[in-house]
Every structure is written in C-alpha cells, then in structure tokens.
Design a protein around this ligand. Structure first.
Ligand SMILES: [Zn+2]
Length: 92
C-alpha cells in the first residue's frame, strides 16, 4: 500500500537533519523520511456516470467504479459517487 507524507513535514524534517548532521548521504535521507508519519489521505479514484435506460424509469445513472445507481434529474449529477467516493470527472 502506498504511503503519503506532507511536503512541509518532509522539508522541515530534512532542514532539521541538515542543521544537526550537516551533509546527508542516501542512508541519512532514507532514515529522515522513515521518521515521518504517513499522512491520512485517500487516493483519488476517477470515474464517470453511465446512463442506463431501465424502462420503468427514464434514466438511471450508474457509477462505473462500484455499480451504485440512482435516478437522475435535471438537477444534475453528483460530482462524487456517494457510495464509493469516486470523483466523477473521467471523460472517457
Ligand atoms: Zn461508486
């Protein structure tokens, strides 16, 4: 699983290490970054709404990532799937 760090935390930690130790080698840098805790982030999944005609309802929109479906109206689509959180901005 990927881990993410905050950029400013990395810069701060790196600067402190340089002040304390001086020039860092590759092992030092790996140690410094290993001391950072992972940021609590979720990778963005991009999806799109698929229109589906199910006969008894005029239009049904289905998330292409998880299959969540709902009847859409002229108020527009959700920008994110309310079930899986996919960002619905994929054009293809
Ligand atoms: Zn979904």
């Amino acid at each position: 699983m990927d881990e993410y760090i905050r950029k400013q935390d990395a810069v701060d930690m790196f600067n402190r290490a340089v002040q304390d130790v001086g020039i860092l080698d590759a092992d030092d840098i790996e140690t410094v970054f290993g001391m950072l805790s992972s940021a609590d982030v979720v990778p963005v999944v991009h999806g799109k709404w698929m229109k589906e005609d199910r006969g008894h309802v005029e239009y049904c929109a289905v998330c292409d990532q998880c299959g969540f479906d709902w009847m859409w109206s002229d108020r527009g689509y959700f920008k994110f799937c309310p079930y899986c959180g996919a960002k619905m901005d994929r054009k293809e």
